[in-house]
Design a protein around this ligand. Structure first.
Ligand code: ZN
Length: 61
């Protein structure tokens, strides 16, 4: 399959206090210590709409 498959991104919602699949996950760069950046995923909780973040391991970028 050549199509890029959208994989669900699981994040933790601090409001629901539960793990959920992010709605509209987007890859973002977050500032890291030392002046660099690190990859992260940003999305919203499908239940309560709270913003969710997930820090991605550098090796998986
Ligand atoms: Zn939530």
């Amino acid at each position: 399959m050549a199509d890029e498959k959208k994989e669900p991104v699981i994040g933790y919602c601090v409001k629901c206090k539960d793990k959920r699949e992010m709605k509209d996950p987007q890859k973002v760069e977050m500032p890291a210590k030392g002046g660099g950046t690190r990859p992260a995923m940003k999305g919203t909780c499908p239940v309560c709409g709270t913003g969710m973040f997930k820090i991605m391991p550098k090796s998986a970028a």
